[in-house]
Design a protein around this ligand. Structure first.
Ligand code: SAM
Length: 228
């Protein structure tokens, strides 16, 4: 599947309401581990968190009270529209070419393909923290390396990434979500100064779809990754 088809799939998913990944509440793993993202404060800089492939996640709202600036990036306009409507927010609209940008308070939501993003779209906001929940695992194998390289190009030294991933038995289902096991995480982030597994949880008991598909094991894992 090429990149264009890959992206069309996401448009179709949002249009058809196939968004089982969306949680009605703030992600409990974020609440539990947000403190791990605390970084040194840098004089004259505000703390800014990047939330790549953010969907219409409630996490964006919750993060607004923890960080001076929250920047979400989402491909599908319908997801962005739903986010603002469901949270009864009326944003202002501008263009950070090629991203349609929606701003409200300390939240900026950039609608477009994250692979088009460069540091100029951050408008001088240094990124020191990133929250990735189901973003890396939304991407097929051939894009995951590019995604990690992109993150690396966007963030400041010593950035901390809170990463929530999934791994499951090979060869039974095809993603997304894709299975990204621990050894792949260590390969992808081999350049990191630290990779810490914060939590690993068997999710088969609460995943009827995975059980129906015949998967014998599946777990969610949370990592704290420190960039050089
Ligand atoms: C599995 S969902 C996760 C959403 C969110 N992180 C959450 O926890 O609900 C992945 C999201 O990434 C978006 N997406 C896929 N490819 C993208 C790309 N190239 N650029 C930006 N967003 C993308 C999809 O539309 C989808 O909303």
């Amino acid at each position: 599947m090429d990149l264009q088809q890959e992206q069309q799939q996401w448009w179709a998913r949002w249009q058809e309401g196939r968004i089982g990944f969306h949680l009605p509440e703030v992600n409990p793993l974020l609440i539990r581990h947000v403190h791990a993202l605390a970084t040194e404060t840098h004089p004259n800089e505000t703390s800014c968190i990047l939330v790549p492939l953010c969907g219409k996640s409630k996490d964006l709202i919750w993060l607004q009270s923890y960080f001076h600036q929250v920047i979400g990036v989402e491909l599908v306009p319908q997801a962005v529209k739903a986010f603002f409507e469901e949270n009864q927010i009326t944003p202002t609209h501008s263009l950070r070419d090629p991203f349609a940008t929606y701003q409200h308070g300390n939240l900026a939501l950039l609608q477009g393909d994250i692979f088009q993003m460069s540091s100029k779209h951050l408008e001088d906001q240094p990124i020191r923290t990133v929250f990735d929940r189901a973003s890396l695992i939304a991407l097929p194998n051939e894009l995951r390396k590019n995604y990690v390289a992109l993150l690396r190009s966007l963030v400041s030294p010593n950035t901390k990434l809170l990463l929530v991933t999934l791994a499951y038995e090979d060869g039974v289902i095809s993603g997304p979500p894709h299975s990204v096991p621990e050894n792949e995480i260590f390969d992808l982030f081999a350049f990191a100064t630290n990779i810490e597994l914060l939590e690993k949880q068997d999710i088969l008991p609460e995943s009827p779809n995975f059980q129906k598909a015949g998967l014998r094991w599946a777990y969610e894992a949370v990592y704290l990754i420190t960039f050089p």
